[in-house]
Design a protein around this ligand. Structure first.
Ligand SMILES: NC(=O)c1ccc[n+]([C@@H]2O[C@H](COP(=O)([O-])OP(=O)(O)OC[C@H]3O[C@@H](n4cnc5c(N)ncnc54)[C@H](O)[C@@H]3O)[C@@H](O)[C@H]2O)c1
Length: 388
């Protein structure tokens, strides 16, 4: 049986066997990542290796101030352990902020498995991983992310009780894109209220970049609300699927065409980095609100948006419907309860816009502040002594 191993981040090499405490990972920079502020350090970073199955994984717990840390497991062929470490530190921190603003009693964590999921994902590897997650005693709860699916969570759950995002057959929440899309729509309604004075997209032109799992469901909500929709996607299949359901939807060639189009709202629902120096300069929309993680290509883009009078709904606030959906499994999954919670994204987004105006900062900064406030103020409650 392999033991937990801890890497020396400075050297970038596996050490062990045994558990070693490292301090130098905490010095790794989070600069330029979203959330934008620089508060705090990670509570715990664990390196896991099982030679026979080929498992090499890193679990990062940023904060358990609000409860056990929750975040998905990314299975990805990182070029180096250093790259994997940087990614998991950034992702786990972002989860803490997202879970805090989603109103969940959950902290933030994330895990990465280093490897090609197509080639390396096997039952022994997933089950070995499950045992390492179990060894944390519930301080970290895992879920799906890039390269992992609900079926994988069912396998991991054979070794570990701290797993959500499972299949419906096992009482899980199923495809989290259902409430992710619903939550983005709620955030967009709040943005419409802020800009146009009414919480509807009726009569507005909304450009959706990427009509995959989340994007195509967002289009459904928008059409139902009476919006005109323009889409783009690199996948013809994805475009066709939308056009079959909604023949009136307009299609443009690519992101550049969408950004330059005469639209009121841009909804980035493909990959990150849509908002950069060039796209912000060209953008005609008054609102940006979409599902993609890390929409701001670099720090400072949020200021450029504000200067151009474009209202940016922070990505991790409006795309939290998915985590709300899977987190609901912890109490026994109930879709209506989860949907009611995801509907709160409307109020949270509206509050962030108000706070941003009051404090004279971009909404991205206001969101970070609000998340930090909840982690600090609610997290402090657990210091009240309950007696023995
Ligand atoms: N699924 C969830 O519950 C969830 C939750 C939170 C955040 N997100 C984020 O939302 C985004 C979309 O997630 P998804 O689950 O719908 O993924 P997906 O892979 O199902 O869909 C992404 C779509 O974007 C398209 N695409 C890729 N590159 C493109 C480009 N350059 N231009 C136009 N289209 C492009 C793809 O062809 C695909 O159809 C991702 O950034 C994801 O991280 C998803």
């Amino acid at each position: 049986m392999d033991t937990l191993r801890v890497i020396s981040a400075a050297k970038g090499q596996w050490t062990g066997p045994g558990v070693t405490t490292v301090t130098d990972v905490f010095g790794l920079s989070h600069k330029g990542t979203s959330p934008s502020s620089e508060q705090g350090t990670h509570e715990q970073v664990v390196f896991c290796a099982d030679e026979r199955s080929g498992l090499r994984a890193i679990i990062a717990i940023y904060s358990t101030a609000l409860g056990p840390s929750l975040g998905g497991t990314r299975f990805y062929p990182y070029d180096s352990e250093q790259e994997a470490l940087a990614d998991v530190l950034k992702l786990s921190r972002a989860m803490a902020y997202k879970n805090a603003l989603a109103g969940l009693d959950l902290g933030g964590g994330k895990a990465v498995i280093i490897g090609d999921p197509e080639r390396d994902k096997t039952e022994p590897l997933l089950r070995a991983y499950g045992r390492f997650v179990a060894s944390l005693g519930g301080r970290y709860i895992t879920a799906c992310d890039v390269g992992t699916y609900s079926e994988d969570m069912d396998v991991i759950a054979r070794e570990c009780p701290h797993v959500v995002g499972r299949t419906r057959a096992y009482g899980g929440a199923g495809d989290s894109s259902v409430l992710t899309a619903f939550g983005v729509f709620q955030g967009m309604r709040a943005a419409a209220q802020h800009v146009y004075g009414s919480p509807t997209l009726r009569g507005r032109r909304v450009g959706v970049e990427g009509v995959g799992k989340v994007g195509h469901r967002l289009v459904d909500h928008l059409i139902e609300d009476g919006a005109e929709v323009v889409i783009c996607d690199v996948s013809e299949r994805a475009v066709e699927r939308v056009r079959e359901r909604h023949p009136q939807v307009e299609v443009v060639a690519d992101r550049d065409a969408l950004v330059a189009a005469d639209i009121d709202v841009l909804a980035p629902c493909a990959l990150g980095g849509t908002l950069n120096d060039d796209t912000v300069a060209l953008l005609r929309a008054k609102i940006v609100c979409g599902a993609a993680n890390n929409q701001l290509a670099h720090a400072g883009v949020e200021k450029q948006l504000a200067e151009r009078g474009i209202l940016y709904a922070p990505d991790y606030v409006v795309n939290s419907g998915g985590v709300i959906q899977v987190a609901d499994e912890i109490g026994g999954f109930d879709m209506e309860r989860a949907r009611a919670k995801a509907a709160q994204i409307f109020n949270t987004t509206a509050k962030i816009f108000e706070m941003a105006e009051e404090e004279g900062v971009p909404p991205a900064v206001a969101a970070d502040r609000l998340a930090e406030r909840r982690m600090s103020e609610v997290g402090r409650i657990s210091t009240i002594w309950l007696g023995r």
